[in-house]
Design a binder for this molecule. Structure first.
Ligand code: UD1
Length: 422
């Protein structure tokens, strides 16, 4: 069993570059299925979720290879339209392939994703989008069968969903005619997907706003594209420096995508300088409690940064209220943080963190990706040794957490078997 063994209590100093964004590269890999040529996807991180997406593409008949930081997909002759159960289970967000497979192959069969570690994960909005473009959806025996020649239409979402917006975009690119997506999610990763689709010759406009317009039906060619930097990995490293104290620079992510996170860290007493090349965070004095942190769709405070920030706030002076508005079950890190001495009370979607003078090292277990990263953040601030297990969750979104933190002078070792992800 793998674990991160962390010797806490050391200040972090130095510079670290974040890898390509997981939440950007997954829909981009799905989108590569729509291309008639070769897609060279650069800055593609080595993550278990990326490996799972590559397996799905191969299963669908694409040729996929890696050359250094690039994944190269040749989808000129796809043959498959079904994603088997075992590949769906590898990655929760594999539903992102639905629109692309249906659009490219005229039909798609996937097993319905159930709940996940963050609570129920409904896909009603994904299916509504497909129906709005004339696709039919049959649900039988836990499988979803979608078919039909798609045509442009009006998609109006009742709430902003990142995955449903991406699925709608991929379906609409294949649908003949014009599609308008209203109340679209506005995350930077959706803009990245738009840019990738444009690089393949698609006509997509409006991503980053709440209305996206697509003129679909054009054949797509190959292209070369560089994936944006991972803003959540950047937020994690900034939270780590806030928790442990120190002076760090994070490069490779766009500071504008992190302004709600850096604003909170500044309010907590850190000095943050955001520039085009790097975000620098210094924490010399104590961390202070801040006004309530409410997670919200972009440009609000990201739910994915809630757990790492909470880990930092456990060692603040005063109290901080967190309100988790996106997912039902996103406080599974709280009991583990308590094992390290944190004082956190949870009631439904609200968690109140009462800062303590110090945490102590403890054996803790990650139950989900960002919650797992939060345990490492807390361990860096804690006195003594912590052992964080459940590392497979962290591998979904951090290419080399121990190596990156080592660059910042932290003492984090990975023990146990290490499966190198290509
Ligand atoms: C994506 C991100 C994830 C992030 C989340 C919110 C990827 C691969 N994952 O997940 O890291 O935490 O956005 O920023 O990009 N919902 C429905 N019906 C649907 C779809 C969603 O009710 O058909 C609800 C969800 O239960 C949730 C909310 O909408 O409460 C937002 O979820 P959504 O934006 O879809 O998250 P994901 O795309 O799954």
């Amino acid at each position: 069993m793998s674990a991160f063994v962390v010797q806490g209590g050391r200040r972090l100093e130095g510079s670290v570059q974040v890898h390509g964004a997981k939440n950007s590269v997954l829909p981009i890999l799905a989108a590569s299925l729509l291309s008639g040529g070769e897609c060279v996807i650069k800055n593609c991180p080595r993550l278990s979720d990326v490996a799972a997406s590559v397996e799905i593409l191969r299963h669908l008949g694409c040729r996929v290879r890696r050359e250094e930081d690039a994944v190269i997909v040749d989808a000129s002759q796809p043959t498959g339209w079904e994603v088997p159960d075992e590949l769906m289970r590898e990655m929760r967000s594999s539903v992102i392939f639905l629109g692309a497979i249906l659009g490219r192959m005229g039909r798609a069969k996937l097993c319905a994703p159930g709940g996940c570690e963050l609570g129920p994960r409904p896909i009603d909005l994904h299916l509504a989008a497909i129906r709005a473009l004339g696709g039919t959806v049959e649900e039988e025996g836990g499988s979803l069968l979608c078919s039909g020649a798609l045509r442009g239409g009006e998609i109006v979402f009742s709430l902003r969903s990142v995955g449903a917006t991406e699925n709608a975009m991929l379906s609409a690119v294949c649908a003949q005619g014009q599609t308008t997506i209203t109340n679209a999610a506005r995350e930077p990763e959706i803009v990245d997907l738009q840019n990738f689709l444009r690089c393949l010759g698609a006509d997509v406009q409006g991503a980053g706003s709440s209305v996206i317009t697509i003129r679909g039906g054009r054949p797509l060619h190959g292209g070369e594209f560089t994936v944006m930097g991972d803003r959540i990995v950047a937020a994690t490293y900034l939270a780590a420096a806030a928790a442990a104290g120190g002076d760090v620079q994070v490069t490779g992510a766009d500071w504008r995508h992190l302004s709600t996170v850096t604003a909170v860290l500044a309010e907590a007493g850190c000095t943050v300088e955001s520039g085009l090349r790097a975000i620098r965070l210094r924490r010399t004095g104590p961390l202070r409690g801040v006004r309530p942190v409410r997670t919200a769709p972009y440009p609000g405070f990201p739910t994915d940064a809630q757990a790492p920030l909470m880990a930092a706030m456990t060692v603040s002076t005063g109290a901080t209220v967190f309100v988790e508005n996106i997912f039902e079950s996103r406080y599974r890190h709280v009991d583990e943080l308590a094992r390290m001495g944190a004082d956190i009370r949870v009631e439904g979607r609200v968690a109140v963190v009462y800062g303590v003078p110090a945490l102590h090292g403890a054996p803790v277990q990650a139950a989900d990706l960002r919650g797992g990263a939060a345990l490492v953040v807390a361990a860096l601030a804690a006195r003594g040794e912590s052992v964080v297990t459940g590392v497979q969750h962290i591998d979904r979104g951090y290419q080399d957490l121990a190596g990156d933190l080592d660059l910042l002078g932290a003492q984090v070792k990975r023990s146990g078997e290490f499966v190198k992800i290509t």
